[in-house]
Design a protein around this ligand. Sequence first.
Ligand code: DX5
Ligand code: ZN
Length: 220
Amino acid sequence: MTEKLIAPSLLAADFGNLQRDIEMVNNSSADWFHIDIMDGVFVPNISYGMPVLDAISKHTTKTLDVHLMIVDPDRYIKDFARLGADNLTVHFEACTHLHRTLQVIKAEGMKAGVAINPHTGIDSLKDIINDIDIVLIMSVNPGFGGQSFIENTYKKIKQLKELILQKNSSTLIEIDGGVSDQNALELAKAGADILVAGSFVFKAKNQLGTIKNLKQLANS
Ligand code: DX5
Ligand code: ZN
């Protein structure tokens, strides 16, 4: 079995102590650093943009996993590559020409991810799955951290795993929203490869221990 990965989400970090929080992630057993970019149009919230990503990119030692919750992401693919994104995930619902978008992301040297909202079915991915490096299943409605996990996610992970096997694809499954020690084991068992966790990590007293615990649960 391949190793399950943990990706703390910066959205829940303390922005007054960003360097401290980045170093915490660097020193942790986390695998990826998840960066949520929101434009206030695709989602009803605005997070942070290029200058913040630039700063994180210079200081982190982890794989930079960038989740774009923006309309028309094609406009910025080259910028995110230049800023050091390793993975670039766009929303299925925000792309008119998804196939083309994925090819451009890969041509820029990044892994190409597709995120799907809770209302988007796995069926929508059946003709594109072999072009996707990572499918990010939103287990909350995108836009905010700290929301409750949507239980229907388990069913979607199983359906996606079946599709991946059926198409003989190497796509990884990432879960984002409401991840905690209450669901990490079950999510991994259902077929998730990467777990994103924001508030559960950054609101914890022992952040390093919380990441380690998630990693152990996911790999047990
Ligand atoms: C939500 C973001 C998530 C968020 C997860 O739109 O995509 O990455 O940071 O936060 P938690 O883990 O608090 O649900
Ligand atoms: Zn995210």
